[in-house]
Write a protein that binds this ligand. Sequence first.
Ligand code: 1HN
Length: 352
Amino acid sequence: MKMDIPEQVRVARAQYYEQINRFSMTPLWEVLGRLVPKSPTPLVQPVLWKYAELREQVMLAGRLISAEEAERRVLILENPGLRGNSSVTQSLYAGLQLIMPGEVAPAHRHTQSALRLVLDGEGAYTAVDGERTTMRRGDFIITPAWTWHDHGNLGKQPVVWLDGLDIPLVRFFDAGFAEPGHHLSQEVNRPEGDALARYGSNMVPVDFMQATNAPTKVFVYPYEQSRAALEAIARGPVDPHHGYKQRFVNPATGASPMPTMAAFIQWLPKGFETLPYRSTDATVYVCLEGEGEVYVDDQLLQFQENDVFVVPSWSSLQMKSRRRSILFSYSDRPAQQALGLWRDERMVCPGG
Ligand code: 1HN
């Protein structure tokens, strides 16, 4: 209820606010509506980065600084509503990383969890906990919290991938720790493919038991496998809000691969138009194949291969594929679910 406030009262209140300000106090009633909104009021904006522009700029960085000097040669994708915060959404970070032939990105570990989506080039590897995996386009690779990781490029082409980390979330909790490795590259003590064979083949080692929210030991989800699965699924019935959409899991538990971030991959048939959908997890999308357009509330974004776009919390999302499209996405959904906060809504009619 809005009431007219007499001048005398307004002055008295203003004086009082100044007085309590000196004691580091402030009146709740002036901010209550903003503190407890009826529904999310995100600062995060819908935004799309064209890969052609991203690539051009990150290649320029390749001439200015080495991966070793930079530690990680990355251009951060900052949401226009959150400039200066290294954030793509309130809880998540996104960056475009480049590694040139012959370079290494030195070993380290930190409490932030990271995921990678390989976009461009061949011949690089990521090492996680003593095993290297060759990075191929579309591969979804994870480095869970506090695992040693380093990258290298043994090939002849520049390699570019998207990094997704929970940096703002960890910063929010003031729970960030990091440690440099003892060597530039960590020692390799398992053959390539070992973790995927042991933990990602509908089996686990005989005595293996895992805590429900522990990260998976599978650290690469090869695109070849995800794509083949989508192709098979796309012969069956389609979800009107999502097309054919799958959630990546820790195969030992069914939970998300890491406790703070979920990752998804979806297939939209040519010409398919989704019904609008919204959820409280602001989401970063990457187009792996195809092209199309999305409406984020009233804003139209057109995507092509390797373009990156952001859908804010509780914004209605409607997608239309011009060609058969494959989209990867990630969000903080498991963190929200663990805290009992996550909501979603399948909307019935466009704009409804
Ligand atoms: C990191 O460790 C990587 O390992 C990439 O490639 C981006 C951004 C902030 C902090 C650590 C990587 C990062 C990062």
